[in-house]
Design a protein around this ligand. Structure first.
Ligand code: PEP
Length: 256
């Protein structure tokens, strides 16, 4: 059975040491009894250390929003996965659509980062998803298949199982426009089929696939009730402790 995973991606919206601490001091008690859902908070780099101080002995795990694919060297402005690991980071978000679209990250780069994260022992959450125009012209599955081939190239079966996929239709991110549970489920099933073709059914059944795109407390339960949706990656609604806690509770309910 797959354990649902909820990730809170704060993007560049909240991230000073003080802000990170304050939110988590509120949030942690709200979900302290949750045992069937994995909860990950991904502040900006500047909030990681103070976030870790608050969550280190709790059921909340620390994630980072990006990393470089080298461990050390002359890469001004980049962050080493090894440095992240040493300050308590467990999960790493890779290939978010904002990284792909604003910072031109290609599948080749995402793939290099993914392999390095796995090598270092960080748990990757890899985002894929189509633009509105691609959906409207019936190309969603082609886009997803290409991203799967490129971003997950040469992964062993074990590495695939350790990787979380976040299906995030770009038109649903930060827009308030959520994919319907049926639209999301269709693509999650398709992703699982692709994994099954490349590896086998057991592998496909083991990989966790989150949905992301304007998840809110009001739509979380119905999305998570779908068989192939294993929790969510949450942007806007992860900035408030109450709304994120309600989304976590919805994921906990979905498996009861
Ligand atoms: C995200 O940033 O991954 C995301 C899904 O954002 P939002 O929930 O705000 O749409």
């Amino acid at each position: 059975m797959r354990k649902p995973i909820i990730g809170g991606n704060w993007k560049m919206n909240r991230g000073t040491p003080k802000e990170s601490k304050e939110m988590l001091i509120d949030f942690v008690p709200l979900i302290k009894n949750v045992i069937n859902v994995e909860v990950v908070i991904a502040p900006p780099f500047t909030g990681l250390i103070s976030a870790y101080e608050i969550i280190k002995d709790t059921n909340v795990k620390l994630g980072a929003q990006n990393m470089y694919y080298e461990e050390k060297g002359a890469f001004t402005g980049e962050i080493s996965p090894q440095f992240l690991k040493e300050i308590g980071v467990e999960y790493i978000i890779l290939g978010h659509s904002e990284r792909r679209n604003i910072f031109n990250e290609s599948d080749v780069i995402v793939n290099k980062k993914l392999k390095k994260a796995l090598m270092i022992g960080l748990k990757p959450i890899v985002c894929i998803g189509e633009h509105l125009e691609e959906r409207e012209t019936g190309r969603t599955k082609d886009v997803i298949e290409n991203q799967m081939m490129g971003s997950f190239k040469d992964l062993t079966r074990d590495q695939m199982i350790q990787t979380v996929i976040a299906y995030e239709p770009i038109w649903a991110i930060g827009t308030g426009k959520t994919a319907t549970p049926e639209q999301a489920e269709e693509i999650h099933m398709f992703i699982r089929e692709l994994i099954s073709q490349k590896y086998n059914q057991e592998t496909a059944d083991s990989v966790r696939i989150q949905y992301g795109g304007s998840i809110k407390p009001q739509n979380a339960e119905i999305l998570f009730s779908k068989e192939n949706i294993d929790g969510g990656l949450v942007g806007g609604a992860s900035l408030q402790s109450e709304s994120l806690a309600e989304i976590v509770q919805a994921a906990e309910k979905s498996i009861q």
